[in-house]
Design a protein around this ligand. Structure first.
Ligand SMILES: *Cc1c(COP(=O)(O)O)cnc(C)c1O
Length: 476
């Protein structure tokens, strides 16, 4: 399997070449040249597989430069009940007839990002050892991504993590999760500024090509293809579980609703659907930051300025532009790299938006690719958390609540709807207190983490200061 750029660059690459890279040389995102097809007979065979072996089967369709035995071992080492809390790894919970939650947030940091990041940690360690190389991961986080990356990379040979975050702006729980890590290869940098300052610093450091080369700077952001393909697995697992034991199982379709920000999670659903998994609809749910809902309703993709990006009670979906969206548009436009280059290059930089409303392709988003969307607000989240607790004795987090709210508007008789649960409520306790008048349950291993010693360095919002910090900590 070879990978190409969404902006039409001529190069084709293998999986392990793009594993440690960010963007393609022309600024595009990597996608496989074609989507491998999975037929009914194969799906039937996969029904009985444990999650780790299902992951191996799917990943091996996309990875031809890691020997099968090694890849299987990496999958089995990653998806264990010890790391993910249950033997199912992504357990399906039935709320009512035809409506399910798929639990993706029982990993080390209690958000779905662990599902992919844990695999990435093991793939990085494997590939770096094979090359005899090292990598220094530099990132910016407002919460979930940074902690998922740190818990995936802690103690891994050949990898150091330098994670910037806005000083004092993450929830106390999120700060404790990250800053309590004592591993020598994990470095927390609290920047005196906001999240945008952190992102600007990461960009500035990455644009200094000499520095980048000398210190082998890499990233783990959501455009990484390995993260995306790891997420494809739980769409298969959810489908197989929701249709298990049904007489007509092989003809049945299911729909998914996905609480969305950067379009990484739902893009994996799109890939699963393109592989032939019988998905009827992919329902995209946003919060008040509705860039993507606007596109699927109107055909206009209009990125927001930082000042127009709302701070909400589902903060992991507070985005101004969706970094993975380009992948879907590439498929939507018949894989026309030149056109994608013009839309995401010139048009977005010059006008901050593009308009596909008059393009026949826009209609295909719903008709051929199954995409529909909806938006949920703070009041919707609180009401949904309360309602779900009253009726099903289940406490859901704010992001999952956005998903469930939007999913209910799109239920269809006879088509099971699976809502992806993207975080546990303890991560966003304030909203739970507002909805239910009490603190959410805390998993035992997180008892008292706010009191643990913290390992963090505060630096000014200055790329030079961060470069200096990296340089000082790279010999060790
Ligand atoms: C990252 C995240 C999302 C958004 O996922 P995308 O892949 O960026 O669309 C939703 N919910 C939670 C809890 C997250 O951490």
């Amino acid at each position: 399997m070879l990978y190409l750029s969404t902006r039409g660059h001529r190069d084709r690459k293998h999986f392990c070449e793009i594993l440690l890279e960010g963007l393609a040389p022309d600024g595009g995102l990597y996608l496989p040249e074609r989507y491998p097809q999975v037929d009914q007979a194969t799906l039937a065979k996969w029904r009985e597989l444990p999650y780790a072996d299902l992951a191996f089967e799917i990943l091996s369709l996309y990875i031809d430069d890691i020997p099968a035995g090694d890849l299987r071992a990496i999958c089995r080492k990653t998806y264990t009940p010890e790391v993910f809390g249950t033997k199912e790894i992504a357990p399906l919970k039935r709320l009512e007839e035809g409506l399910y939650l798929e639990g993706l947030s029982n990993g080390p940091t209690l958000a779905f990002k662990d599902m992919a990041m844990q695999l990435l940690g093991n793939l990085f360690e494997y590939e770096l050892a094979r090359r005899g190389a090292e990598l220094n991961i530099l990132g910016a986080t407002s919460g979930d991504t940074g902690s998922a990356a740190e818990y995936a990379m802690r103690g891994k040979k050949g990898v150091r993590v330098f994670m910037t975050s806005p000083n004092g702006r993450m929830s106390p729980f999120q700060q404790a999760q990250m800053f309590s890590l004592q591993d020598a290869n994990i470095h927390n940098i609290a920047i005196e500024g906001v999240f945008d300052d952190c992102q600007d610093i990461v960009k500035a450091v990455s644009n200094d090509l000499d520095f980048k080369r000398q210190y082998r700077i890499g990233t783990v952001n959501s455009i990484n293809w390995a993260r995306l393909v790891a997420q494809v697995v739980y769409y298969f697992a959810g489908y197989l579980e929701a249709t298990s034991g049904r007489v007509q199982a092989t003809q049945e379709k299911v729909s998914f609703t996905v609480p969305s920000g950067n379009f990484g999670n739902i893009c994996a659903g799109h890939v699963a659907r393109m592989m032939g998994l019988p998905i009827d609809r992919l329902v995209l749910a946003t919060n008040e930051n509705d860039v993507l809902d606007e596109f699927f309703r109107t055909g206009v993709y209009r990125v927001r300025a930082a000042a127009d990006t709302h701070e909400t009670s589902s903060p992991s979906m507070d985005i101004s532009k969706a970094s993975n969206f380009e992948r879907f548009v590439f498929d939507l436009l018949g894989r026309d790299g030149a056109r994608v280059k013009s839309l995401f290059g010139e048009q977005l930089s010059n006008k901050g938006q593009f308009d596909l409303s008059a393009d026949p392709a826009f209609k295909q988003a719903a008709e051929r690719y199954g995409f529909i969307s909806g938006k949920s607000t703070h009041a919707d989240r609180i009401a949904t958390i309360r309602d779900t607790h009253e009726r099903f004795k289940t406490v859901i987090d704010t992001h999952t609540a956005d998903g469930l709210k939007v999913a209910r508007r799109h239920l269809q008789p006879g088509v099971p709807m699976i809502v992806l649960e993207t975080a546990l409520p303890i991560k966003f306790a304030a909203a739970i207190v507002e909805a239910l008048g009490r603190e959410p349950d805390r998993p035992a291993k997180f008892e008292g983490i706010e009191q643990l010693p913290k390992r963090v360095t505060v630096l000014p919002a200055d790329a030079q200061a961060v470069k200096g910090f990296i340089a000082r900590h790279c010999g060790s």
